[in-house]
Design a protein around this ligand. Structure first.
Ligand code: GLU
Length: 449
């Protein structure tokens, strides 16, 4: 049996990221398919890799010079067998159908693992918010929502942010949805605290990732305290991951953006992190300014086109890739292994290439795939929806406690599934199998649709 459904290869040969994500799941679930003839008989694999719906649309908007510009918008509604489609909106020039199908496909299993009733989807556009004025971003978001509003809804499809979409963009998107529908519902998550948002939502993916890492280390009677950590990225997930690692007594020595990375041997403390948050969230500046502010830190510009990223050459026991897909490749994995890495926990979606992740697993490194490790983000989105439905706002402590319980449950579920199917300690196999079985069984129960 081939691990990638032939139809996917035949229909979408250029969708590299999607094929990578499909192949990752299918390789893991092979023993499940062998044991469960109903899945084959009901073509669960063939159905699960085909989105229920893909919407593509034109997004015209007017820039500050009065020029009309046109971008392409997408929403991939992948699977709603266990709940409304749920997943982020990514605004980045690299966005295309392959990337959004991979993100939506990942969400199907990630969201199932949270135990919340959430299906999988993802969307976005090739619009680049970098360097745009607030007015341009607002006009773009309004035009984007002028089409998207037809397809989403609190019980249908609930988008959230992803790369390039933060609280500013969610605000403009929500405002336009509310105006067009004349309805105030929990149709988007990641909302502002004053208008339906949840405490801890901005921190959830990063905090959850660190809780997951702590659980993994505990299985080897180890802890995060005193560990040196590499974190990539400097957005929401990277900032929250760094904050929680500092709180747990670890030392974070790197952060990055698309222009380069900083290495601070003394460690990024709470005050330096607050500088990064102001720089990135408010001033929308470049990370190179960190080295101007803290001259003992070293800034290295990115070297695109090289087989490895200098960020991953620093020595550390724990690694948290929180920037983007495929940012740790084969050569990076070998650098990390040669520097005695103990744990790799994915904060971004699919940040390790297939080669890199199998190297970590082969060498016995604790490795957590994003669909488990960064599920805290979408889990707290689910909790935001619950609060919207009951018209209540929970205290931050309550949300954080629920997040901890979800991440512990998720960790244990992955280990149990990996054990049951003969791959003890393999979180990749465990996450894929546990997520797949839940969705596949729900599809079986609901018939051929
Ligand atoms: N974009 C985030 C993720 O990939 C959040 C998605 C959501 O909450 O819907 O997990």
């Amino acid at each position: 049996m081939t691990d990638i459904p032939q139809l996917t290869l035949a229909r979408d040969p250029h969708e590299n990221e999607f094929i990578q994500a499909v192949s990752d799941v299918m390789t893991s679930v092979r023993p499940v398919l062998e044991k469960t003839p109903e899945y084959r008989h009901h073509s669960i694999v063939e159905r699960i890799v085909e989105p229920e719906r893909v919407i593509t649309f034109r997004v015209p908007w007017i820039d500050d010079m009065g020029q009309v510009r046109v971008n392409r918008g997408f929403r991939v509604e992948m699977n709603s067998a266990i709940g409304p489609y749920k997943g982020g909106l990514r605004f980045h020039p690299s966005v295309n159908q392959s990337i959004l199908k991979f993100l939506a496909f990942e969400h199907v299993f990630k969201n199932a693992l949270t135990t919340l009733p959430l299906g999988g989807g993802a969307g976005g556009t090739d619009f680049d918010p970098k360097g745009k004025s607030d007015g341009e971003v607002m006009r773009f978001c309004q035009s984007f929502m002028a089409e998207l509003f037809r397809h989403i809804g609190a019980n249908t499809d609930v988008p959230e942010g992803d790369i390039g979409v933060g609280s500013r963009e969610i605000g403009y998107l929500f405002g336009m949805y509310r105006k067009l529908k004349n309805k105030f519902t929990g149709v988007l998550t990641g909302k502002g605290l004053g208008w339906g948002g949840s405490l801890i939502r901005p921190e959830a993916a990063g905090f959850g990732c660190v809780y997951f890492a702590a659980q993994m280390l505990a299985t080897r009677n180890d802890a995060l305290s005193g560990k040196t950590c590499l974190v990539s990225g400097s957005g929401n997930v990277a900032q929250a991951t760094t904050r929680k690692l500092i709180e747990m007594g670890a030392k974070v020595v790197t952060l990055s953006d698309s222009s380069g990375h900083i290495y601070d041997e003394a460690g990024i403390d709470a005050e330096k992190l607050a500088f990064v948050s102001r720089l990135k969230n408010i001033r929308r500046g470049r990370l190179s300014e960190y080295a101007d502010q803290y001259p003992h830190a070293v800034y290295a510009p990115a070297a695109p086109g090289q087989a490895s990223n200098p960020l991953w050459r620093h020595r550390a026991q724990c690694v948290f890739p929180c920037a983007t897909q495929n940012e740790i490749r084969k050569a990076d994995a070998y650098h990390l292994i040669n520097n005695n890495v103990k744990l790799v926990c994915e904060g971004a979606s699919m940040p390790c290439t297939a080669d890199a992740r199998y190297i970590f697993i082969d060498k016995g490194i604790l490795y957590a795939p994003s669909k488990a490790a960064n599920a805290g983000g979408v889990a707290v989105s689910g909790l935001e929806l619950t609060q919207n439905s009951i018209r209540l706002t929970w205290l931050g402590e309550e949300v954080d406690n629920r997040l901890k319980i979800i991440m512990k449950g998720l960790h244990d579920t992955c280990l149990a599934a990996a054990d049951a199917y003969g791959s003890p300690g393999n979180y990749l196999v465990g996450a894929n199998i546990a997520g797949f079985i839940k969705v596949a069984d729900s599809m079986l129960d609901q018939g051929i649709i």
